[in-house]
Design a protein around this ligand. Structure first.
Ligand SMILES: C[S@@+](CC[C@H](N)C(=O)[O-])C[C@H]1O[C@@H](n2cnc3c(N)ncnc32)[C@H](O)[C@@H]1O
Length: 383
């Protein structure tokens, strides 16, 4: 939480940046052991609302720091990976700051480049810069949605092999637009149809729109290769109980989903703490009185993830009396389908074991938390 003071009034960006940092680190370290070159493209780079000169509160500073750290760690492990980064920014003033920063601060071991212009128009240039082969992570973090998140806009990227995406799906904007007259074409380009959400509660509507978008993204991935997969993290308004945006992740690797959901699980308590702290500060500013204990509030905050009994029922629906191997592929399927965390599945399986309802045939000694070792493809069954 040491950087939080730099994010006053935009605490949601702190959550976004912690996720980006945690996921990129794991991603670079895994991919770096198999690839000679890794590309990173920040399609809406900024700097944007930055408050430190070292840009450590922006995706630019964070990505460079993580790349430099991973490059060095990988070198020590015997992997000399070539890291390349491209930053896109439309605004003239921000672009000037960006290029000044890159000139002075790019670590010698990283190759960086920047292009000024509209993301939409620069798409062919970006794809040229990446080439066809190298593994590339695209960070797509716009301010709105038009000419960005629609599938026809993203299609040239979605069709590229060896690509992963983190897309800021601006739910606030999209919710307002999705049922607006005159925007049907745009909405169809995002969801593949004009979603009919009449009669849904706000939670149902949000889940429906998000699922439709993720399904539409996956549908446009190239046929063949790994199964398209997607997961997401919801970033909430720091002081209100509603979603600010979803960070939608897209990959062709089951391991990617596991790592992304692990990073988002770790982020969960950070997000709750930041929200409780922000609410406390805002209430103190209003009333002039010091308020509640924000850490207690953070631990108590309820979320929309499944109750333990729902997770247990889900487990039972996945198992039969015949032993089945549960590996990373099956774990990724379950994470994608439910949006629950790995710890939810472990905890629920542990309870079912205690109740004698399930069995792990490969569990030879007593375990306290990791009741299934998915990396070992353990055999599970219903008793
Ligand atoms: C939300 S901010 C990016 C924040 C940054 N990714 C971060 O996390 O620190 C969006 C940035 O995209 C720029 N931008 C807006 N529309 C753009 C477009 N069509 N093409 C390229 N850049 C654009 C804005 O000037 C702004 O700097």
């Amino acid at each position: 939480m040491e950087m939080l003071a730099h994010y006053k009034g935009r605490e949601q960006a702190y959550i976004k940046h912690r996720l980006l940092e945690a996921y990129l680190e794991r991603f670079f370290m895994i991919v770096g052991q198999h690839q000679r070159t890794i590309c990173y493209v920040d399609c809406f780079a900024g700097p944007w609302e930055e408050s430190c000169d070292d840009l450590m509160d922006t995706s630019i500073g964070i990505s460079l720091k993580v790349m430099a750290r991973c490059k060095e760690t990988l070198l020590k492990m015997g992997y000399n990976v070539n890291f390349r980064a491209l930053y896109i920014e439309k605004n003239k003033k921000s672009f000037h700051k960006l290029t000044n920063f890159l000139d002075v601060r790019t670590p010698a071991i990283i190759e960086t480049d920047a292009k000024q212009g509209e993301f939409f128009n620069l798409r062919p240039t970006i794809l040229d810069w990446c080439g066809m082969r190298d593994f590339t992570f695209f960070f797509i973090d716009p301010k709105g949605w038009k000419n960005v998140v629609e599938i026809p806009t993203l299609k040239p990227f979605l069709q590229r092999e060896n690509s992963e995406f983190l897309i800021n799906f601006m739910y606030d904007f999209i919710l307002r637009a999705h049922s607006q007259k005159g925007l049907e074409c745009d909405i169809k380009a995002i969801f593949g149809e004009v979603p009919d959400t009449k009669g849904m509660t706000s939670k149902e509507r949000e889940a429906h729109l998000l699922l439709r978008y993720r399904t539409h993204l996956k549908y446009h991935q190239p046929k063949g290769g790994g199964k398209p997969r997607s997961a997401y993290v919801s970033v909430l308004d720091p002081a209100k109980n509603r979603t600010k945006y979803h960070l939608v992740y897209l990959t062709r690797h089951a391991k990617g989903v596991e790592v992304f959901m692990d990073a988002s699980e770790k982020l969960d308590l950070i997000q709750k703490t930041v929200r409780a702290k922000t609410k406390q500060e805002r209430s103190e500013e209003k009333t002039g009185q010091s308020g509640f204990d924000f850490m207690t509030e953070a631990y108590d905050e309820k979320d929309d993830r499944g109750s333990l009994s729902a997770v247990k029922s889900f487990w039972l629906s996945q198992l039969t009396g015949v032993p089945q191997n549960f590996g990373i592929e099956q774990l990724a399927d379950m994470l994608e389908q439910t949006g629950w965390f790995i710890r939810d599945f472990q905890q629920a399986f542990g309870e079912l074991l205690t109740e004698g309802k399930v069995e792990n045939l490969d569990m030879t000694n007593k375990r306290r938390t990791r009741f299934v070792h998915f990396d070992k493809r353990e055999r599970l069954r219903k008793t």
